[in-house]
Design a protein around this ligand. Sequence first.
Ligand SMILES: [Zn+2]
Length: 264
Amino acid sequence: MKRKILIRFDDICPTMDWEQWKRAVSVLDAFDVKPLLGVIPDCRDPELFINEERDDFWQYIKSLQERGYTLAMHGYQHVFDTKARGMVSVRHASEFAGHTYKEQFEKLQIGRTILGSHGIETDIFFAPAHSYDLNTLKALGALGFKYISDGMSRTPIARFGVACLPCRSGGVPRIGKCGYYTAVFHAHEWNRPDKAEEYMRLKRLCRMYQSDIVSFDEYNDRKAAGGILARLDEWMYLRLLYGVRPVLSNIRQRVGTTAGYGKG
Ligand SMILES: [Zn+2]
């Protein structure tokens, strides 16, 4: 059985933290890693207004694409304007989930047009905060998108002509002996004390698994199933993740506290 790891960087936009991004690229280059980049078409998220806008941003992004990086559309403006959770997220905040099909179609269409105006064509999408619903997938399918880097199934699920390539972790997943893993990074967060370790995690991941880290094209070699079994698999994993695990960890914490093994 083979093992494949995809490295994904989210929140790529003209005003991101360029110093942190430089650190990311130096690691990626050192290990010859070709990641998937989530590019925000028209970023309006104040948290991502970090550095002065880079004038040659779109040229630069295209130069990365020419070097083998894969570009995906990451949302539209990266602004949460509903309190919906979506299909796989636990957060009550979304740019897409909860909006009507028409509203979502328009956001996605404008986003795609903006990317196109900069000479970027992509059929890959992933939503901010992993938050999307069936209307998102339906609209993506209608607009010709073929893949999202998201979902909690074990294997890709096809919905409305869109293959949902699972991304079960919001960071670096536990890597097993075989299987497919997507590791997610947000370079702009690395200057936060609680996220500083993420840079080292990227380095460690690249060093330990260099031969298993692949580009999006190499990663995307599984057929997406549309059947009930794949959906059931995702449904059960979500129940485990958001239903059973929090209860178990609560019990563990209580037992630990009673036994004197709490934080103290
Ligand atoms: Zn994002």
